[in-house]
Design a protein around this ligand. Structure first.
Ligand SMILES: [Zn+2]
Length: 68
């Protein structure tokens, strides 16, 4: 769905899994050199932080209200 980056710059792939309960947002390790590459993770393999959309920034992340 989208490539995101943790605050420690670890690359995380986000995707939606559809279940009977609805859509569930999951995160996959997207760093090829990482031991858990391609596997589902709930914590950042790099820094151990619990993964949420709030701490991940997309490749095209544009902070609002920031002057140049
Ligand atoms: Zn991290």
């Amino acid at each position: 769905m989208a490539t995101l980056y943790c605050e420690c710059k670890h690359s995380i792939w986000s995707d939606l899994w559809w279940t009977e309960q609805g859509a569930e947002l999951i995160f996959l390790d997207n760093l090829p050199s990482s031991a858990s590459y391609g596997k589902q993770v709930t914590r950042c393999p790099g820094c151990g932080r619990h993964l949420t959309l709030e701490i991940l920034k997309s490749e095209n992340y544009q902070p609002y209200g920031r002057s140049r």
